[in-house]
Ligand binder design. Sequence first.
Ligand SMILES: Nc1ncnc2c1ncn2[C@@H]1O[C@H](COP(=O)(O)OP(=O)(O)OP(=O)(O)O)[C@@H](O)[C@H]1O
Length: 262
Amino acid sequence: MTILEVEKLTKTFGGLTANKEISLQAEANKITAVIGPNGAGKTTFFNMITGVYKPTSGSIKLRGESIGGLKPHAVAKKGISRTFQNIRLFGPITVLENVLVGMHTHLKAGIFGTIFHLPGVDKEERIAEREAYRLLEYVGLEEHYNDEAASLSYGSQRRLEIARALATKPSVLLLDEPAAGMNPKETADLTGLIEKIKQEMDMTIILIEHDMKLVMEISDYIYVLDHGELIAEGLPAQVRHDKKVIEAYLGKGAAEEQEAEG
Ligand SMILES: Nc1ncnc2c1ncn2[C@@H]1O[C@H](COP(=O)(O)OP(=O)(O)OP(=O)(O)O)[C@@H](O)[C@H]1O
C-alpha cells in the first residue's frame, strides 16, 4: 500500500531548479531511500514534504490526502516526522527533555509546562516521562537520560534525534543522513536500529544517506537524484549497476570502465 505519493514535485530558487518533476511512492512498512551526489536536491525534496519549503509545483499526498504546502507543524500533526542533516537538538537541556519536546504536540500541558514543571501537569508529565524513557531505551540511550544533550557523542546525538522524531508517534519517518559522521561500528548499530523501527513500529521510512553500504543493506527501493532530476529508481541490486547512477557518482569514465569489466 502506498502511504506517501509525490507527483512531479518541482522547486526552483530563482534561476536554479533544485527539484524537477520528482515523483516517488513510499510503500507502507518499507524503507525507501533517496540518494544522489552532493547538491542533487535530496534535502530540498525532504523540505517540501515536511512543509519547510512550499513546492513550486507538483503534489504530495499522504494516504491520498493532499499535504503539499502545509506548514511544518501541520505536516507533523498528519504523522510525518523527520531528523535533520545537521543535528538540531536542544543542547542545554537533558536527553530525556529533548524527547519530551518531541512529545509536546500530544501533551495538554505543552512544552513549557513539561520542562519547567508547572503545577497541575504532574500526572501527564509522569506518563510522558515514562514514555520518553522507554524511547530512550529503544534507541539505547537510557543511561544518558539525565545528561545534557550537547555532551553526547555525535553518534548518540543522532540516535537521540531519532528518539525525538519517534516521540511524535509518526506513521512516516524521514531520516536525513542519519549515519553522517558515524564510525563503522556506530553505522552498523544504526542500521540495526532502523530495521528494528521498521519492523517493530510498522514504520514507513524514507531515508537520505550517503553511506552506500547502509543504503544497499536496508533499502527496499531506491530513488536516485542528480542535479535536481530523478535519474534512476529500482531495487538496490538494479540501482547499484545502473550506468547513469555510476556516472553521476564517479563520472563518465568510471561507468564505461565498469561496463568493460562486465
Ligand atoms: N534555500 C535555498 N535557496 C537557494 N538555493 C538552495 C536552497 N536550498 C537548496 N538550494 C540549492 O538547491 C540545490 C540542491 O540542494 P540540496 O541541499 O537539496 O541538495 P542535497 O542533495 O541535499 O545535497 P547534500 O547531499 O550536499 O546535502 C543546491 O544547488 C543548493 O545550493
